[in-house]
Each structure stands twice: as C-alpha cells, then as structure tokens.
Design a protein around this ligand. Structure first.
Ligand code: ADP
Ligand code: MG
Length: 606
C-alpha cells in the first residue's frame, strides 16, 4: 500500500510559516512589504508585548475587493505574478503568495480591507476561516495578528523578551523608512509612538531620525551609475563607525537584502579610512533592471542573486572611495600602504589588529584627524524615568544562563614555562635573536611589546576601580526600544562598571567611565558595547572590552624596523618573561619562533 500522502493545506502552510515568519519581526516585514506593494504612502505599525501579544499593520494602499480578501489566504495566491516569465522581472517586494496563509496558520489574523468599493472583514484563526463579512473601513488595509505561535510552542519558546522583539522591530521599521523615504512610517509600541518618518522623500532627514545628528551632519551624498546600475544614498564619513555591519543598509530596487559581498565591496571603498574591524554606516539604494536581480532564492527574501555582481562590486568600491576622497574632512591617503596586504578584514580577530605601517604619514587611521564630531549638545535634567516593561520570565531565563565571561578569560594554567634564553642581538631591527639550550629563538619585537602592553592594561583594569566623571556626558543616539531595555543593558555591562542612563526617548547618557577606559576612545568602546548588546553576538561584553584593550595595546607597541639597544632588548625580554602568556599576542599570533638545532644541522647536511 502506498505510504505517501498529500499534506493538507494547513500543515503545508505551517511548514512554510517556519521559513517565512520566524518571529514578530518577520511577520511585520511581510505585512509592510504587502502594504508597499499596494502603493501605500502611509503605514502605521502598532505592537504590544513586542508583537508577540498583538501587532497591527495599517496602510492606505489599494486594498482588496471582497473576493480577493478571502482568496489572499490561499496557498500561493498572489496578484503579483501570473506566469513563469514574470519570475524573471519581479517589480514588487512579494511574489510567492505565501505570507498571508503562513501567518494565518500560526495566529489569529484579522483583515479589514477596502478597495474603495467593497469593504470586507476576514478573520482567520490558526488556519480556519471564522468570519467573512462586510465591514465599513477607509480605503486601504489593516491586518491585526494576535496570539502569534500560540499553538506552535516550540516557536514561541524561541522568542525572547518583549523588549528585545520590539527592538528588532524598531530596527526593521527604521530600515524600511530608509529604503522608502517617500512613505510615511509610524511605529507605536505600547501606545507610545517610538518612530516616525514624514514621507516627504527626504532621505537625509530619515538618516537624522534613525542615526541622530552626528551621522546626518557627516553624510556624504552618493549618486553614480554605470550602464546597468544606478546607485544613490549616503555614506557616513568614516569618523563615525561601528563594530558590526548592522548599519550598512543596502537596498536593491528598494528591497532590503543581506549580501555579504556587497558589504565587502563597500568596506573596500572605505578601506583607507577605517581602522580594521570597524564598519561604516551607509544607506544605499541600487536601482537596476529587474532582469538582473533574482529574488527567488529563499522564502524570507533576504538573499538575492545578481547576474552582474562583480561589476556592481567594483562600481561600489571605486565610487565610494572616490566620494570619500572628495570630501574635505578626510585626510587624503595617497597610496595604499604596502602593508595593507597584511590586513585581513574578514579574519580581523585572528590578525594583528593594527599592523605597523612603515612610515608615519601612511597610517590609515582616521582617529588622528583633527576633526571634531559635533556631539549633540544636551542639557542634563534629572534622569528620565522610563517605564520599563519587562518580560520577566524570559529575562530570568537569560540571566540564569551560566556566565560565560569567566570561561572566556585567558587561562594561564597550561602555559609552559618561558625558555631559558640568552640574548644574541637584533635581526633586521625587528626581531630579537636569542639562543636556547636546544636551538635558536627569534622574538617578534612588536608582538612581544604588544603582549606586555596588553597585560599591563588588563592589570590596570583589574586594579584600578576608580571612576572618572566626564565633564560633558557622552550621549548615544539609540532606538527607543533599547532605552526601554536599559536595566537589562546595565546588568550586562555591570562587570565593566559602566552604566547607561535614559535621557529622553532615544538617547542614552554616560556620566562617568572607569578610569582604565580613559584615553581609549571611550565613546567607541561604549558604542561597541551597545552594538553587541543589541545583536547578542556570542562575544561577551567583557570580550568587547578586551578587544579594545588589545587594539590599544597594539598602538603602544614598539615598532618593527626600530633599533633597540642591548639594554632595551634585555628590558623587553625581562618584561616578556614576566607575562602570564608570553607566547602569543592577544590576537593569537606567535611571538616566539624556535629553530631546533637538530633541524638546523640537517640543513647543513650534518
Ligand atoms: P505575495 O505578497 O507574495 O503576493 P501574500 O501572501 O503576502 O503574497 O499576499 C497575497 C495577496 O494579498 C497579495 O498578492 C495581494 O494581492 C494581497 N494583499 C496582501 N496584503 C495586501 C495589502 N496590504 N493591500 C492590498 N493587497 C494586499
Ligand atoms: Mg507578500
């Protein structure tokens, strides 16, 4: 007897839902895309409980007639494509006809829609149609989703605190607003408006709303094209940068995508201006003939394929580099230093963070420019009390997870004893030469001194617990949903003695920093902490601080190609010997290389 059965449509929809909608953010992405496809000019998103409890997307688009209002929930039901050929030039954000049936299969969904003639209400509960009736409403569509994943507990469990989900949603809505400055977006969270764009088609204004004044004032307009692509948008000057790629907003035909290679091309454009391991803020839209763009790669539509990808990469890289070079704030870097081949942006954690450029003037480090970023000038009233709604259960679960900070610290137990060596001299003004009992030892002088500086700084961090009041508090423009999570944030950074204070709806303030942080571009360190906290990278916040310390240590290090006197070399060796782990740099590179005498003798044919 045959064992194969056709799955019923409810199961098929739930399976599709697994790919299309993973969390409230995914639902909102699909609904807003539908609103944009319906030519809406105003879209209001309302969420409660991070969208888990309830979310609603209202638009003033073309709406649907009563027949379509029901048809829309059919699997693979779409008004956007009709035949195979249409797949090769998709001009809408949606086309798969999967979102509505998928969402309706895992929630209670209420659709109210009017095309100007018919006005209809449809209620779907976990895949079942429970209501289909006329209902007056203005032209446009409103979709409310409640009890998301209520009947799919595994999914529900996967969700995080309401504030965390709200944070993701806010970032998504900001990204939509950046992709479509001609559409007015509003996001309402627990009855409070937390984001608004005007829809007056002024991208620069949206950049101000999303990233704050500093970024807006340092935004370089982009507009360039070749035969196939037309690129517009803004590149934020590299003095404002981030520790991850999350603020690289790239849109293809106004579609949000994640394309690692395009990010890389953009980073290449910034290469001469950004320290390693830092990422730019960009908002870029690339228009092209839809023929070139294959969006039918994955149900969630984040991934795409481009038939002329390399051409686009070069265009981005060259033109962005040129645009940055043309701005007067950037010190011109004439040639790429030879050592840049040493830079490995992809593996920066394993590489030396700041390899020594050979000559001073070639240093591609923007920090040294005499450019002062205009910080937002603030008056400081009493701390603003924000109501902090917390999803206690989930939060507790997170905090009960074992603290990984301890585990990640360097352990020194397994470090072998430092060999008994006698200094011979310096080689190429870059390496110390020494003899050990069974061979010749080369010591990388720059790396050695980096290790010494690193351990000294860590020691300082441990010992010096004093705090330093800042004359002018540091301010950080953040999503307001992050302001709501400030308690959670402060718990996470408590170990570093850092504390953020809410200041208005979308700003966090820091009034004092630990003394060890001073002189370490403390604003960058704190910005990194915020970035990492939001994306929950596996890296702990303590590690972020360590990374910064390592970076700083590398700038304190003795250069290669530097003559050292006998005393200096002895002192260096002495200090290295005293290190907890004298064998590798903070980034894991070897400091000592030993050439076994036996191997040497073999080379001599003995
Ligand atoms: P897709 O967007 O891939 O076509 P969906 O399941 O998201 O599939 O939507 C199904 C259909 O419902 C759409 O093709 C569209 O005709 C209609 N629809 C969905 N949302 C809206 C909306 N906000 N306004 C007008 N029509 C909509
Ligand atoms: Mg859709």
């Amino acid at each position: 007897m045959s064992r194969i059965q056709q799955l019923d449509s409810q199961i098929a929809n739930m399976i599709a839902a697994g790919e299309v909608v993973e969390r409230p953010m995914g639902v909102i992405k699909e609904l807003v895309e539908n609103s944009l496809d319906a030519d809406s000019t105003r879209i209001v998103i309302t969420i409660e409980g991070g969208g888990i409890q309830k979310l609603k997307v209202e638009d003033n688009g073309c709406g649907m007639d009563k027949e379509d209002a029901l048809k829309a929930f059919g699997r693979h039901a779409t008004s956007k494509i009709r035949q195979q050929n249409d797949l090769w030039h998709i001009g809408t954000l949606g086309f798969r006809g999967e979102a509505l049936p998928s969402i309706a299969s895992v929630s209670k969904l209420t659709l109210v829609t009017s095309d100007g003639n018919d006005a209809t209400k449809v209620v779907m509960e976990y895949g079942e149609n429970t209501l289909y009736t006329p209902q007056a409403c203005p032209e446009g569509t409103s979709i409310t989703v409640e009890g998301l994943f209520y009947r799919t507990p595994a999914r529900l469990k996967h969700l995080r605190s309401a504030n965390y989900e709200a944070n993701l949603i806010q970032n998504l809505v900001c990204s939509f607003a950046l992709s479509r400055p001609d559409v007015a977006f509003r996001l309402i969270h627990e009855n409070r408006e937390i984001f608004r764009s005007t829809g007056n088609n002024n991208l620069h204004e949206v950049i101000f709303q999303v990233f704050g004044r500093g970024a807006a004032e340092n935004a370089v307009a982009l507009d360039f094209s070749d035969l196939d692509y037309h690129v517009t948008g803004y590149a934020i000057k590299p003095l404002i940068n981030r520790s991850n790629r999350n603020q690289m907003h790239v849109f293809l035909n106004r579609r949000m995508v994640r394309d690692y290679k395009l990010y890389q091309a953009i980073q290449e454009g910034y290469r001469s201006y950004l320290p390693q391991g830092r990422y730019p803020i960009v908002v870029i839209n690339i228009d092209m003939d839809p023929h070139i763009l294959d969006v039918n790669v994955h149900p969630s539509k984040w991934e795409v394929r481009l038939s002329k990808q390399t051409q686009l990469e070069y265009l981005l890289q060259d033109q962005i580099a040129k645009a940055l070079q043309d701005t007067n704030l950037i010190k011109e870097v004439k040639e790429k230093p030879i050592v840049t081949t040493y830079y490995q942006p992809l593996a920066f954690e394993k590489e030396d963070l700041r390899p020594e450029p050979k000559r001073e003037e070639e240093k591609p480090v923007v920090k040294e420019q005499p450019v002062v970023i205009q910080e937002e000038v603030v008056e400081i009233p009493l701390p603003v009390q924000e109501e902090i709604a917390k999803d206690n259960e989930v939060l507790q679960e997170i905090y009960q997870k074992p603290n990984r900070v301890e585990e990640k610290e360097e352990t020194y137990d397994a470090v072998p004893a430092f060999p008994d060596i006698r200094l011979i001299g310096q080689f190429h003004q870059s390496y110390l030469l020494a003899e050990a009992e069974n061979g010749l030892v080369l010591i990388h002088q720059r790396r050695a001194s980096m290790r010494i500086a690193y351990e000294a700084m860590l020691q300082k961090q441990k010992e010096d617990t004093t705090m330093q009041q800042l004359l002018v508090p540091l301010t950080f423009h953040v999503p307001s949903t992050l302001v709501n999570r400030v308690e959670e944030l402060n718990e996470a950074v408590a170990q570093l003695s850092v504390s953020f204070e809410p200041f208005g709806a979308d700003t966090l303030l820091v009034r004092e920093v630990p003394s060890w942080l001073m002189g370490m571009e403390e604003k960058d360190v704190l910005q990194d902490l915020l970035d990492y906290f939001q994306v929950e990278k596996r890296m702990t916040l303590d590690e972020v601080a360590r990374k910064q310390i390592a970076m700083k240590a590398s700038s304190h290090a003795v250069s290669q190609h530097t003559y050292l006197s006998q005393e200096q070399m002895e002192a260096l060796l002495q200090q290295l010997r005293a290190c907890q782990n004298p064998f590798i740099t903070p980034q894991g590179k070897p400091i000592l290389v030993m050439m076994d005498e036996k191997v040497l003798l073999k080379e001599f044919g003995q």
